[in-house]
Write a protein that binds this ligand. Sequence first.
Ligand code: MN
Length: 737
Amino acid sequence: MMRQYELVEKVAAYKAEPDEALLNRAYVYAMQKHGSQKRASGDPYFSHPLEVAAILTDLHLDEATIAVALLHDTIEDTDATRKEIDQLFGPKIGQLVEGLTKLKKLDLVSKKAAQAENLRKLLLAIADDIRVLLVKLADRLHNMRTLGPMAPEKRARIAQETMDIYAPLAGRMGMQDMRDELESLAFRHINLDAFETVTARLAELKERHADRIAAIERDLTAKLKENGIHATVSGRQKTAYSVFSKMQRKALSLEQLSDIFGFRVIVDNEEACYRTLGIVHRTWPMVPGRFKDYISTPKQNDYRSLHTTIVGPSRQRVELQIRTRAMHEVAEYGVAAHALYKDGAASGPVHLSKDSNAYGWLRRTIELLASGDNPEEFLEHTKLELFQDQVFCFTPKGRLIALPRGATPIDFAYAVHSEVGDNCVGCKIDGRIMPVVTELANGDEVEIICAKGQTPPQAWENIAVTGKARAAIRRAARTSIRKQYSGIGQQILERTFARAGKTYSREALKPLLGKLGHREIEDALAAVGRGELKPTDVLRAAFPDFQESRAARLAEKGEDEGWFNLRTAAGMIFRIPGRQKIKPRRNGNAIPIRGAGDDMPVHFGPDGAVPGDRIVGIIEPGKGIIIYPIQSPALTAYDDEPDRWVDVRWDLDEAMSERFPARIMLSAKNEPGSLAEIAETIAINDANIHNLSMVATAPDFTKMVIELEVWDIQHLNQTLRQLRGKSCVADVSRVNG
Ligand code: MN
């Protein structure tokens, strides 16, 4: 175990005149508090906070952060209190330790929502003071290093959480070494077989190519020296996990992966980076498409470097990273490098530098939290965002927009501004009109075409990959649906009030809102439109003395002239204007079918049948006779059972005024009011809607099944013709017609 003076020496190695007293006090206090506590391995508990502190000295952090690391488990696991820590170390350190304690409690819950909530808290804590994250990551790293003695189940859960959240978070904060080690450790516990196989093969390959790799290193060093470039060349091998995930992503075998060897070249300045690149490319053939200039276009986590891959003398591929020392520090330490060199010792919070991309990412993520979506949804978005690599695109004015890989112009539009996203109707990529669902590639110049007053189609939510776009699309869809319902609610109320001989006005609703259980007029109107709030209840709230007329009572049952109650498959009642009343469908023997006999009830098959159809009956034990149109594909199921077939015919009375069921399938454009227009068309044609359900939603169209009630086949065909003529209808046909 590290001694007290060793810890102080470690800090003193990178910081002049460290606050030794603070470090000593924290060391002694934590050691005394943890006393004889033991870890699962049998080691003294205090070894854990001490190792966490040591990890943070490797990142060259300030004394306050080191002290917080030493103290991080005291409130949780010992009799130490916040008050005591405040008194001994100051309120800032007390606050940081308490922040970590709260995060730790949530660690133990494995449920997805709780995990999401944990991440939410963590992000908010980071925004508060980045040191919480740094201690948390170091804590997690040491726990991962010492995971062995835990129960297998617990091990698996912690490893998975590390892979899902902490490793990508470290990457996002630019802490590459931390990320690599967290991933490697988690990989071993999540998939031991894969870990061992890949590790063994990597070692084998390294040995096989050792001579040639060494030759390249020698040549490279010599060439650079010849050209007067002062450089440090070091060999590096990819981690087992990064190799494994690339194998999976690209469906390649290990042998097919060519660039598992690499060199890092660290030079004095940016100019030397580009000169080194020139020398490398003139010495060895480069692999086309592998050159990346992250110096002129840094990654989202502020990473800067030149990357290229060359073909070596024995045709093996070698990846090179060329960067300056300053770039290297950012690559290794990430936010720790540029946020924490200043003196933060217990004086005030340390925030991410406002110019850093890590800060920008944090801000966007936290904005998402504020938009009020539930945490589980949030976790999904954040996990997605954390995991994806990125593409860089430009606005026509040259602004750089970094997006996760797989992003579309929809994501781009929302990244520019929420309003641009909401009003997006099309896009140009590199000057050409392209579908908004096109996957963006690096370097694309994207121009978003906007039109005022648009609502993004709901289906975009599944196309967008950024959390920001998804949340905004969902919000816009919610608002738009509410608007449609409230418009319908408004019409319903106007009619209900008019029928009662009263005047309706929006303003008159205001004082009633409390009574109706809604906070805003829009909400109350939408509730009426959705059928959740009865229009007569609104009328009665406005005029308590009002005596109900028969019409009002009918309206309550949804049978008033002019309004349909539609129930969708999801059970939503939707009131829609039209002309016809809905009559209850006939049932049982009342169906005018000849040949079925009187002893068995008669029903229509699921797709209905109408006079003019040639029909056949099928005996269904326990149910009776089911009537199908003779062309119905469902009948083939009974081909081998001739006994069940019954010859039936329509038995219609001239004077009879009955309607018959027929199912139609309709594709409608997703635009406001299209559903109302369809219902209106059906009503004007004197047909009824018995039921309506949405079966599929595409970006631009919604497919729905409508159960109609019509007089006969001519009436059905006429209704279909009328629907086909509507611009909002893309396609309509009878089901099994
Ligand atoms: Mn701990």
